[in-house]
Design a protein around this ligand. Structure first.
Ligand code: BES
Ligand code: MN
Ligand code: ZN
Length: 496
C-alpha cells in the first residue's frame, strides 16, 4: 500500500473514493461543508431524506457524486462529535476499508479527522487501521480465494504545510507498523506444521539478510546444552521438531555502543500441554502460542524499515511442547542456565521454562531494558479479557513507559502486580522453586517466576494471552503488541 497526503479543496480531489465522516447530530465539519458546497448541497439533501449513516461505523456509498472530481463518496457514521476519538477514527477507517474492498477502488483519500488531535497522530492511526483492515490470510487456500484487494494508494487530507510534514511522518510510521503487524499475524496464523522453530529462524535470517544493521545467530539444541539451558531443553524434550534459540541484533545508526533493549518472545510453535495434556476443545489455538515470538519478529520488521537510532536485540526461544516417551514428567527437577533448579509440577506451564533461560541469556548483552512478550497464562485472559495486555514490572519507570507507548499506539496494556506474597507461592520441597503455584492469581505468579531470573535488570513482562489472537468466527492473529513495542522503541530512541 502506498500512502500519501493531500491538501487543497477536497471537492477537486481526483480519486476512486473520498471518505468523509458524518456525525450523529447532523452537523457537518469543515471538510463536510466543503464537500457539501462543491456538490451543491448533496449532503444536506441526503440528511433531509434520512439517508446519512447514523450509527458509528455505518456507511453510505455514493457513486458519481455530483460536482466532485472523485468517482465515489463514501460517508461513514462517526457518532456524536464530542465522543469521536482516535479510537473512533480507527474504527471508522476500518469500516471504510470494508466498503473500499467491496467496490474494488484502486485509490482513495480519507477526509476523516479528529478535533484537537495533531496531523501526525491522525495520519498514523488512519494509515495503520486501513492497512490492518486489508490484511488477509489466504496462503493455504486453493481454488476460491477471495479476490486480492485492489486498493493500491491511500491518501489522508491535511490542512497546512506543517501538517503535511507531520502527516507524512505519521504515514511512514503507519506503514512500518502495519508491515510489522502483518508479519506477526502471518507467522502466528501459520499452523504448527508450517510454522516450526526452524521456520521462525528462517524468517529472522531473511530479515537480516542484506541489512547491514542486522545480525542473526541461530543456536541449536547442542549449543543450548553447552550453555546449560536445562529448563528450555526440558520443554522440547518430548518433541521431534528441533528447538532453536533465535538471536537477532539491530544496531541503529547514531546509537553507537549504547546498551540495547532486549525483546524476548515466547516461541512455542505448538503447546499441547506436554504430559499434562490439554483437553481437545480449542487446542488448535495453541498454534498461536508463538505469538510473543511473532510480535517480536514483527517489531524487528518495522524497526528494519524505520531504522531508529537505538540498539535492539531480539531473543526468541522456539520449540514445541509435546507429550512422548522422552517428554518431561511432572515432578522432574531441571537445572536452568542461571543455575537455579526448578521442580516442574505442570508441564503445561512451559512458557516460563523457555523464557527463563532466554532471559538469563539476555544478560550477556548488558541490556538497558528487557521486555519479554508471551502468551503466558490463561489466567491473564480471565483477569483482563481480550482488550488489554497484562503488564508486570517492578520497575515503575519502565512500566510507565510501556503503558504510555500502548496508549499512544492504541495497543493498550494494564499493569498487574509482581510481589513477594505471590512469589512465595512457588515454593517447592524438592528444588529451589516450582514452575507453578495455585490457580488463583496465575498471571501474577507466572510473572513472579520470571522475576526470579531478572534480578538487577530493568525488566518488564507482557502477557498477551488475551490479545495476540481472536477466537470464534473472526479467529486469527491480531498482530499485537507490535504497535506498543514499536512505539516504545521509537520513544526511547527519541524519534517518535
Ligand atoms: N500457552 C498457555 C497459556 C494460554 C492458555 C494462553 C490459553 C492463551 C489461552 C500456557 O502455556 C499454559 O498452558 N499456561 C497454563 C499455566 C498453568 C498450568 C499454571 C494455563 O494458563 O492454564
Ligand atoms: Mn502451556
Ligand atoms: Zn504455552
Amino acid at each position: 500500500m502506498d500512502f500519501f497526503v493531500r491538501s487543497g479543496q477536497p471537492g477537486s480531489f481526483k480519486t476512486g473514493c473520498l471518505i468523509l465522516g458524518v456525525f450523529a447530530d447532523g452537523k457537518l465539519d469543515e471538510r463536510g461543508q466543503q464537500i457539501d458546497k462543491a456538490s451543491k448541497g448533496l449532503l444536506r439533501e441526503l440528511g433531509r431524506r434520512g439517508d446519512l449513516p447514523k450509527e458509528p461505523g455505518g456507511t453510505l456509498m455514493v457513486t458519481d457524486p455530483r460536482g466532485l472530481a472523485a468517482h465515489r463518496l463514501l460517508l461513514v457514521g462517526c457518532g456524536k462529535p464530542a465522543a469521536f476519538s482516535i479510537k473512533s477514527l480507527r474504527s471508522a477507517t476500518t469500516a471504510a476499508a470494508v466498503e473500499l474492498a467491496a467496490v474494488g477502488a484502486a485509490d482513495a483519500i480519507s477526509l476523516l479527522s479528529c478535533k484537537d488531535v495533531d496531523a501526525y497522530t491522525i495520519a498514523r492511526h488512519g494509515g495503520e487501521a486501513l492497512a490492518g483492515a486489508f490484511y488477509r490470510f489466504d496462503l493455504l487456500k486453493t481454488g476460491t480465494k477471495r479476490p486480492a484487494p485492489k486498493l493500491k494508494r491511500f491518501g489522508m487530507m491535511v490542512d497546512s504545510t506543517t501538517d503535511r510534514r507531520h502527516a507524512k511522518r505519521g504515514l511512514e510510521h503507519a506503514s512500518a507498523i502495519a508491515a510489522g503487524s502483518a508479519a506477526a499475524r502471518e507467522l502466528a496464523n501459520l499452523p504448527a506444521n508450517h510454522c516450526t522453530p526452524t521456520h521462525l529462524a528462517n524468517f529472522a535470517r531473511k530479515l537480516a539478510a542484506g541489512d547491514k544493521a542486522m545480525k542473526v545467530k541461530i543456536l541449536g539444541e547442542a549449543e543450548m546444552r553447552k550453555l546449560k539451558m536445562g529448563s528450555l531443553l526440558s520443554v522440547t524434550a518430548g518433541a521431534v521438531e528441533p528447538a532453536k534459540l533465535i538471536v537477532l541484533e539491530y544496531k541503529g545508526k547514531g546509537a553507537k555502543s549504547s546498551a540495547p533493549v532486549a525483546l524476548v518472545g515466547k516461541g512455542v510453535t505448538f503447546d499441547t500441554g506436554g504430559i499434562c495434556l490439554k483437553p481437545p476443545p480449542g487446542m488448535d489455538e495453541m498454534k498461536f502460542d508463538m505469538g510473543g515470538a511473532a510480535g517480536v519478529l514483527g517489531t524487528m520488521t518495522a524497526i528494519a524499515q524505520l531504522r531508529p537510532p537505538i540498539n535492539v536485540v531480539a531473543i526468541i526461544p522456539a520449540c514445541e511442547n509435546m507429550p512422548s516417551g522422552t517428554a518431561t514428567r511432572p515432578g522432574d527437577v531441571v537445572r536452568s542456565m542461571s543455575g537455579k533448579t526448578i521442580e516442574i509440577l505442570n508441564t503445561d506451564a512451559e512458557g516460563r521454562l523457555i523464557l527463563c533461560d532466554a532471559l538469563t541469556y539476555a544478560r550477556r548483552y548488558k541490556p538497558a531494558a528487557v521486555v519479554d512478550v508471551a502468551t503466558l497464562t490463561g489466567a491473564c485472559v480471565i483477569a483482563l479479557g481480550h482488550h488489554l495486555t497484562g503488564l508486570m514490572s517492578k520497575d515503575d519507570k519502565l512500566a510507565a513507559e510501556l503503558l504510555a507507548a500502548g496508549e499512544q499506539a492504541q495497543d493498550r496494556a494494564w499493569r498487574m502486580p509482581v510481589e513477594e506474597d505471590y512469589n512465595k507461592e512457588l515454593r517447592s520441597n524438592f528444588a529451589d522453586f516450582a514452575n507453578v503455584a495455585g490457580r488463583e492469581g496465575g498471571a501474577v505468579t507466572a510473572a513472579c517466576f520470571l522475576s526470579r531470573f531478572t534480578e538487577g535488570l530493568s525488566w518488564a513482562h507482557l502477557d498477551i494471552a488475551g490479545t495476540a489472537w481472536r477466537s470464534g468466527r473472526a479467529k486469527g492473529a491480531t498482530g499485537r503488541p507490535v504497535g506498543l513495542l514499536v512505539q516504545f522503541l521509537l520513544s526511547r530512541a527519541g524519534t517518535g
